[in-house]
Design a protein around this ligand. Structure first.
Ligand code: ADE
Length: 225
C-alpha cells in the first residue's frame, strides 16, 4: 500500500511514522508513506496557498491551484483508489472505514487548514471526506496521522500476531473484554480464576460475555447498529 499525504506542515506529521509499529511497517516495505508540501506546488514568489473568501467573511481559504497541481502530478504517476480530505464535516472515522481503506492500493490524503479548501477541490478531486470526531483541530494533519495509524496496523504482516487486530475493540461492533497479565495477585487484587482453568472454550465464552456487558454499559449505541 502507498499513502501520499498533502500538507502545508509536513513537520507536524512526520514523527508518528518514525516510531514503533508504523516505523516497522514502513521499514518492512508493507506500506510507503510520502509527504508532499503544498508550497512546492505554488506559482507566486510568496508561495501562497490561501486567500480571502469570496463574498466576505473571516478566515482564509486554501486555493485550488496548488492542490490541483499536486494531486495531478501524483495521478500522472499511478492510479489512486481514493483521494481523501480530512475535515470536521466529513463522515466520522469508524473501524469499518479503516478496514475498507486498509485494502486499497494507493490513497491520497489532503490535510485542510484555516477555514478549509475551495469547494471546487471537494467537488472535483475528493472522493471521500473523513473527520476523526466532532471537534475542530487546527489542521487536518493530526487527523491524517490518526487515520494512517488505524489503517496501517490492519495491513497483513504489520502486527506481530495476525489475530490481534481481529480481537480489537470495534471489530465486531463490540468493545474488547478485560485483559490480565502477571502477577496473578497484586495487593490482594486477583485475576479471575477461570483464566487459569485451561478450559479455552469456556474462557472464550467468558470473553464474549464480558465484551457484550462492557459494550452495553459504555457504548449501548454500538449494539443498536
Ligand atoms: N480538521 C480539522 N478538524 C478535523 C477533524 N475533526 N477531523 C479531521 N480533520 C480535521
Amino acid at each position: 500500500m502507498r499513502i501520499d499525504i498533502i500538507t502545508v506542515l509536513p513537520e507536524l506529521l512526520k514523527s508518528p511514522f518514525e516510531a514503533s509499529i508504523l516505523k516497522r511497517a514502513i521499514e518492512a516495505n508493507l506500506v510507503e508513506v510520502h509527504f508532499h508540501n503544498l508550497r512546492d506546488y505554488t506559482s507566486d514568489r510568496y508561495k501562497s496557498i490561501d486567500d480571502t473568501q469570496f463574498g466576505g467573511g473571516a478566515g482564509m481559504v486554501m486555493m485550488i491551484e496548488p492542490i490541483d497541481k499536486c494531486i495531478s502530478a501524483l495521478k500522472e504517476q499511478r492510479h489512486y483508489d481514493e483521494v481523501i480530505y480530512m475535515t470536521p464535516d466529513g463522515e466520522t472515522l469508524k473501524q469499518g472505514i479503516a478496514n475498507q481503506l486498509s485494502l486499497k492500493e494507493n490513497i491520497i490524503i489532503l490535510c485542510g487548514h484555516y477555514k478549509g479548501v475551495d469547494q471546487r477541490v471537494r467537488d472535483h478531486f475528493i472522493t471521500r471526506e473523513i473527520s476523526i470526531g466532532d471537534y475542530v483541530l487546527s489542521g487536518g494533519e493530526l487527523g491524517a496521522a490518526v487515520l494512517c495509524d488505524a489503517i496501517i496496523r490492519l495491513i497483513p504482516g504489520v502486527l506481530g500476531n495476525e489475530t490481534s487486530a481481529l480481537t480489537d475493540s470495534f471489530q465486531d461492533n463490540l468493545l474488547a473484554p478485560p485483559i490480565y497479565t502477571k502477577p496473578r495477585e497484586y495487593k490482594g487484587w486477583k485475576v479471575p480464576e477461570l483464566l487459569f482453568s485451561g478450559n479455552f472454550p469456556k474462557i472464550e465464552k467468558w470473553r464474549e460475555e464480558q465484551a457484550y456487558l462492557r459494550t452495553k454499559e459504555r457504548r449501548p449505541d454500538l449494539l443498536e447498529d
